[in-house]
Write a protein that binds this ligand. Structure first.
Ligand code: URA
Length: 448
């Protein structure tokens, strides 16, 4: 299905963007060199937004083959700097979540895996829309520096085996530019485009192996299991085809992860989890992802062995201690993570009460995420300033039995009018039924 691309392959100079768009529009397969031409031209400013937008829409509708998706990923990965982690001994394993509500897993998994002796070099992002970002959460810790120079990044990694920062250097600029265009052209929710976007950044960040947490449900990009499985498989295929061993864990994001949603609230919950007192779902997810990371790093020969090691590191306080080392290494005030009341606190706490007796059948993650955003915990636009103290504590989750008047959730607000509006939104996220409800599975599938 190469269409006109045979001619294009033999004579790169004759390539025209128009032909590339038309090939995709007609559902034909593009060659690697055509995809490279397109990405180079767009990053270099020779191809205008309107042509890239047409290409993205054609891709959204027609899809891409495995080969095309891999070629797009590598072209984007090579569009800027690529981090070379080869001077750090051992296999470097990265972890990435496709984004969800209350997802503070990186804050737990990073120190946990580093405490097991596997170096973790993590570049994370800020939150956009209703899903939060690790970098914003870490900024709840007074003094914590998320912007590190490359020298600091490597020095911390060598000294304590753990670094979590915003992006250093100019990694995958093609993805940055294309993602901004997708955001305003209704072309975000495309499996090849999401898969290449995520994997290009992971590959440019230098990982030898990658563990992906692919979220599925109302609070995720992929609302149903089938599309989450397809996205997970697409990313595993890309990783495999470019020599980076990749494992994808498809997990539930119908309800928020853990109880805390909001930046400082999530940091507190991550700390409690590292102290072995966290919610069960967050603890299990951290152990599951961490165990895959240890196996991919060659530290353990099975995930069962990995989970056992990680459980001990939680129980002995070694993982919590590694988090303290991280805070100190990145300039944070360690007192504030040792005495949690020193982290940002909201002025008001508004209760959300159960309107009737029954069983919780739903806590819609998307609605909780939007309620938290409307309190100021997230941003609509990149320039928005967020309120680190506000958010929601989800006290009752799916399967819980509740009585009328029980505290379903608590809204942490700095403005009473916004707080009251959030109480209504949180209540709308809950469905309470009269028949018992089985609490849902957290991990749906592992794709290796
Ligand atoms: N996260 C990304 O990095 N890219 C996407 O396209 C979607 C989620």
């Amino acid at each position: 299905m190469l269409g006109d691309s045979a001619q294009i392959n033999c004579c790169p100079k004759t390539m025209r963007v128009l032909d590339i768009i038309a090939t995709k529009r007609d559902g034909k397969e593009l060659s690697k060199s055509e995809i490279e031409f397109l990405i180079k031209g767009y990053v270099g400013g020779d191809i205008p937004d309107y042509q890239m937008a047409a290409f993205l829409m054609a891709t959204y509708i027609r899809g891409m083959s495995r080969q095309e998706t891999a070629a797009l990923t590598m072209a984007m990965a090579k569009s800027g700097d690529q981090l070379d982690l080869s001077t750090i001994p051992g296999r470097k394993v990265d972890k990435h979540s496709t984004g969800g509500v209350g997802d503070k897993t990186t804050l737990v998994v990073g120190p946990l895996v580093a405490a097991a002796g596997v170096p973790v070099a993590k570049m994370s992002g800020r939150g956009l829309g209703h899903s939060g970002g690790t970098i914003d959460k870490l900024e709840s810790i007074p003094g914590f520096r998320v912007e590190l120079t490359e020298t600091e990044f490597f020095s911390n990694l060598r000294q304590i085996g753990l670094v979590i920062s915003g992006q250093t250097g100019n990694l995958a600029p093609a993805d940055k530019k294309i993602y901004a265009l997708r955001d305003v052209t209704a072309t975000v929710a495309s499996i090849p485009l999401i898969a290449s976007s995520v994997m290009s950044k992971k590959i440019a960040a230098g990982a030898d192996a990658i563990v992906l947490d692919v979220k599925c449900g109302s609070g995720a990009f992929m609302p149903d299991l089938k599309s989450a499985q397809l996205l997970a498989q697409a990313m595993v295929d890309i990783g495999t085809s470019v020599g980076r061993q990749t494992v994808a864990v498809v997990t539930n994001m119908d309800q928020p992860l853990g109880m805390a949603v909001g930046n400082a609230l999530e940091v507190k919950e991550a700390i409690l989890t590292l102290q072995n007192q966290g919610p069960e779902d967050l603890t299990i997810l951290a152990l599951t992802l961490g165990a895959h990371m240890l196996t991919l790093a060659g530290r353990t020969s099975s995930t069962e062995e990995g989970e056992q090691i990680l459980r001990e590191l939680l129980a002995t306080g070694a993982a919590w201690n590694k988090f303290r080392e991280l805070v100190i290494a990145q300039g944070g005030d360690v007192k504030t993570v040792e005495q949690l009341e020193l982290l940002p606190q909201s002025q008001f706490k508004l209760p959300v009460l159960a309107p009737k007796d029954g069983y919780v059948a739903q806590v819609r993650a998307d609605k909780i995420g939007r309620a938290s955003m409307s309190l100021g915990a997230g941003r609509e636009k990149k320039e928005d300033v967020i309120d680190l103290a506000v958010g929601i504590m989800v006290n009752h989750k799916v399967g819980d039995k509740v009585r009328q008047g029980d505290l379903l959730a608590e809204v942490h607000a700095n403005d009473t009018a916004r707080g009251r509006a959030a109480v209504t939104e949180v209540l709308e996220a809950y469905t309470i039924v009269s028949e018992p409800v089985i609490s849902p599975a957290l991990v749906y599938q592992v794709i290796e």
